[in-house]
Ligand binder design. Sequence first.
Ligand SMILES: [Zn+2]
Ligand SMILES: [Zn+2]
Ligand SMILES: [Zn+2]
Length: 144
Amino acid sequence: MVPHIRLGRDDCLSCGVGRVRPLLLLMQHGVPHGEAGHDMSYDHIAIARCERCGAGQIEIYGHDCFPLDDVWDQFEWYVLSADAMRRLTEGGCPTPLLATCDCPLHRVWRAAVMQLLVRPWATPGEAATHVHSTPLIWEGDRLV
Ligand SMILES: [Zn+2]
Ligand SMILES: [Zn+2]
Ligand SMILES: [Zn+2]
């Protein structure tokens, strides 16, 4: 059974109008906050695609509701180039929303996304500073 993913934001960072839906789940640990079995921390890395314009974006999410932590929900969003999205959709993974999938597509994307910069949040209102709107392209085996 594939666990569901609730994105932190489902507005398209490219067109600003469409909604995005999860297309590839690269990593998921724990149970989301507010759901049965949640134990203070949860994180995921998902790639989503806009239903309207077809653009893609990466959401890197880390949650920790330990009382001493200031910002429970911390995100980083990266917009993907059309070329990167083409590579993804042509990847041929049979279980794209299974975070533990170990197919070549999952492995390559997981390794590339893990190298992206993630900055800790100091305040809950700083979401805009964690949006990277310059589309990432593939260079070798990296997203740059
Ligand atoms: Zn869009
Ligand atoms: Zn929590
Ligand atoms: Zn896979």
